[in-house]
Design a protein around this ligand. Structure first.
Ligand code: SF4
Length: 326
């Protein structure tokens, strides 16, 4: 059996709107092992959330998995009936959504919302046992259990995100999909939430797919990284592979170049020029070609193949010679 907890292979997802087809994921492949922390990095609109929603089969109605495979513990999720997915979601695979403000029900107490997970997935537990677990979980995320009867509007943004984390982890899932879990929070609260997620991950040995545009967060939290651009994985490897600065994809170089370097006396940041390609048109060549300073003729015509060295893989024509290609 595969040693991977999650295996996504050549996944193509599209949104069929009245006006056009939007190609959100174009052949995405990635693996995640048990207990591993994988950072999925890319700009807004690159397909990160679409990937997480595809794993849970929670795409909106206009979304369609056109082809590919999503295997979880060796089982193909795309062939499973909805009843199987109901048992998986929130029990074995949990998700933290981007905005805690809209993830919580405003008219239910936070304790009731956390307990709902137990009602659904652990109906055999007594009421007392569930209440005890809710109290323990609140304390674990740094909220006094005495506040469980309060409502979301009585909590700050950071506290609400702690409640969302408690809801996601009370079932001790094998995999946590964390979609920009700290974007809505200020920097000090962000650090606290990431430290908390790290502690809980270690305690429950939960694998984490951290979706973010923040490379700094990835460097601190993750073991491995996949960089996604226009619905394609353009580079993947360990954190060391990506941040060593050796053989990076030009897009990853651009992302790293956007991080302010406090040791240098510079008064301007270095954004990547241009915009992401229109997702309504499938690129025939490299999706990054319009923004890449190294683009060659063949970049616009041929999709780059993978160049791999150990754990590090890059999809870019600059490495064709190293691969023994043209
Ligand atoms: Fe740039 Fe070409 Fe590499 Fe794409 S394949 S990143 S356009 S050099």
């Amino acid at each position: 059996m595969s040693e991977n907890l999650l295996e996504v292979k050549d996944l193509h997802v599209q949104y069929n709107t009245d006006d056009a087809v939007v190609y959100a994921l174009n052949g995405v492949s990635l693996n995640l092992k048990e207990g591993e922390k994988l950072g999925l990095v890319g700009e807004t609109g690159a397909g990160k959330t679409t990937l997480a929603l595809s794993v849970l089969r929670l795409l909106p109605k206009v979304g369609q998995i056109a082809s590919g495979s999503i295997s979880y513990k060796g089982e193909e999720l795309l062939d499973k009936p909805e009843s199987y997915m109901l048992g998986l979601r929130g029990r074995r695979v949990s998700m933290i959504f981007q905005d805690p403000m809209t993830s919580l029900n405003p008219v239910k107490s936070v304790g009731d919302q956390i307990r709902e997970v137990l009602d659904l997935h652990f109906p055999q537990l007594t009421k007392e046992a569930k209440n005890e677990k809710v109290d323990q979980m609140l304390q674990l995320v740094g909220i006094p259990a005495s506040r469980k009867n309060e409502f979301p509007h009585q909590f700050s943004g950071g506290m609400k995100q702690r409640v969302v984390i408690a809801m996601a982890l009370i079932s001790q899932p094998e995999l946590l999909l964390a979609d920009e879990p700290t974007t809505a929070l200020d920097v000090t609260i962000q650090a606290q939430i990431m430290a908390l997620m790290g502690q809980l991950k270690d305690r429950f040995n939960t694998a984490v797919l951290l979706i973010t545009h923040d490379l700094g967060l990835v460097a601190e939290f993750c073991d491995t990284v996949a960089v996604i651009y226009s619905g394609c994985i353009v580079e993947s490897g360990t954190v060391e592979d990506i941040f060593s600065g050796k053989n990076n994809h030009p897009y990853t170089k651009g992302l790293i170049g956007c991080i302010p370097d406090l040791s240098k006396d510079e008064d301007r940041l270095h954004p990547i020029p241009g915009h992401m390609a229109d997702a309504r048109t499938l690129p025939s060549g490299c999706p990054f070609a319009d923004r890449c300073a190294n683009a060659m003729d063949k970049c616009r015509k041929e999709r780059p193949e993978a160049f791999s060295e150990g754990t590090h893989t890059v999809f870019c024509h600059l490495f064709d010679n190293m691969r023994g290609g043209v």
